[in-house]
Design a protein around this ligand. Structure first.
Ligand code: SAJ
Length: 448
């Protein structure tokens, strides 16, 4: 460990980053920028080629990333390859490969296993391996370490060192979050955790909390499960508000004036590559330990049902307008999973569009950031029976609603993200409804 510490202090230790995606690539670039020699190992040769030309293969607005990659490639501190052969002289190996769950919400560790199979035979004695991918609690002890000992023929904590340091990045702020958000640093031994902290101190200006591997696995999956449960609560309150004619956004604003409340945003659903997956990784950690989980699975069900709820709101509105769903034309505004992003992974809009097409509707899609769906909203709205706002892209706040309702057959506006106020939509000629703001039904005065 002493040699390793020396190499980390003097930045003479060679680094390998395996998996150059939205986490691995910025991490590799930051370590190269601060003076380490970094070798990126990436399966996809098209990404390797782009990177070695100094081009950033990540789409979307990532401030500073493209410039940083071209700089560290030009100074030859960072290069990418598809092969593991040069890993044998690397002292520090970071693993940043995907850990998705399948349609039965079971984690798929194929990418991680294949990395460990390839890494074992070339793993340098005395090196430090850090898994940065999000993994279920127990995965380091039950899978990663045993597998790497088998494929390397070496013993953890004797011949090599190992830990788990999950990331807290967010699309659009990859570099900023990596540098300024605290991290949990899980070492298989306390000494390993300390060594990892010395390494990350070079690129992280925020707190680095030393702990063990299981705690690191639990924190990462629990912090995202926390967010999913909070969002599900807000969505359930929205459904209650619709039923009693309340406005959930007003309710939320006033609830949050109560001390220690932080009701999240209700909406059209929960997408992305973290929040829909990590609660299932957390749950999988206790799969055969008969821990009765109700809240975490139920929250996933609530959030996954929101796109279908939007479809129900639409069907109600069309029927109120005397329109049959099967002959209706609908324009969906927003296909990305997050405002002002081009990332469509697990987007709620995908579920919504499938549902509307199942109901026989003709569906047009617009999204200013997704290349297949760019275009003019008013043109796409011609003769439409309804428009549905699924993503709060900034562009949508500036839409001229009167111009749009004038070209529609029956102007219905279903607002999944409360982008518009009911009054402005109705003034523009729309029948308006949305999550937590059901269609303004005449509430029968049941008390008279
Ligand atoms: N969403 C809601 N209501 C909310 C917040 C989000 O419906 O109150 C929806 C969004 O529309 C989106 C999905 O949930 O479809 C996820 O949104 P997000 O803001 O959580 O964005 P992500 O998926 O990029 O989450 C990442 C996560 N970061 C990591 O996993 C490292 C998450 O832990 C962070 O809390 C989040 O960024 C953040 O905002 O920092």
């Amino acid at each position: 460990m002493k040699e390793l510490l020396d190499g980390i202090e003097k930045k003479t230790a060679g680094i390998a980053v395996i998996g150059l995606g939205y986490v691995g690539l910025p991490v590799a670039a930051l370590f190269a920028e601060c003076g380490f020699d970094v070798l990126g190992i990436e399966l996809r040769s098209d990404r390797v080629e782009k990177i070695n030309q100094g081009i950033c293969p990540i789409e979307g607005e990532e401030p500073g990333l493209a410039e940083l990659i071209s700089q560290v490639v030009a100074t030859r501190r960072f290069r990418a390859t598809t092969s593991y052969e040069r890993v044998e002289d690397r002292d520090l190996i970071l693993i940043d490969v995907e850990t998705p769950v399948d349609d039965r919400n079971i984690p798929r560790y194929e990418a991680l296993r294949s990395v460990l199979d390839s890494l074992g035979p070339v793993l340098k004695k005395g090196s430090l391996v850090i898994v940065e991918s999000t993994i279920s609690p127990g995965t380091m002890n039950e899978m990663v370490i045993p597998l790497l000992e088998r494929t390397s023929g070496m013993k953890a904590d004797r011949d090599f060192f190992i830990g788990n340091c999950p990331e807290r990045v967010m699309p659009g702020k990859l570099l900023k979050n990596l540098k300024s958000v605290s991290r949990v640093v899980g070492g298989n031994t306390p000494e390993t955790a300390d060594t990892m902290i010395r390494l990350y101190r070079h690129i992280v200006q925020a707190e680095l909390d030393a702990t063990d591997c299981v705690t690191a696995e639990l924190v990462k999956t629990a912090e995202n499960a926390y967010r999913d449960v909070q969002i599900a609560f807000a969505n359930e309150v929205a459904l209650i508000c619709e039923a009693v004619g309340g406005d959930v956004w007003k309710v939320r604003e006033l609830v949050n004036k109560s001390p220690m409340r932080q009701m999240h945003l209700p909406g059209a659903g929960v997408g992305g590559h973290c929040i829909p997956k990590d609660p299932w990784l957390l749950a999988f950690g206790v799969k055969d330990k008969n821990v009765p989980l109700y809240l975490i699975p139920a929250s996933r069900a609530v959030n996954d049902s929101m796109p279908l709820h939007i479809a129900d709101l639409l069907v109600d509105a069309l029927e109120e307008n005397g329109r049959k769903t099967s002959s209706s034309r609908v324009l969906v505004l927003g296909y990305a999973y997050l405002e002002n992003s081009d990332d469509i992974r697990n987007s709620p809009s995908i579920r919504l569009v499938d549902r509307l097409r199942e109901l026989g509707m003709e569906v047009a899609i617009h999204d200013p950031y997704v290349s297949d769906y760019k275009g003019d909203v008013a043109a796409l709205a011609v003769n439409a029976d309804a428009i549905i706002v699924m993503v709060a892209h900034h562009d949508y706040k500036k839409l001229n609603l009167s111009k749009i309702s004038a070209v529609m057959k029956t102007p219905v506006l279903i607002d999944g993200r409360s982008v518009f106020e009911r009054a402005e939509a109705e003034q523009a000629g729309f029948k308006y409804g949305g999550v937590g703001k059901g269609l303004k039904k005449k509430l029968e005065n049941k008390y008279v």
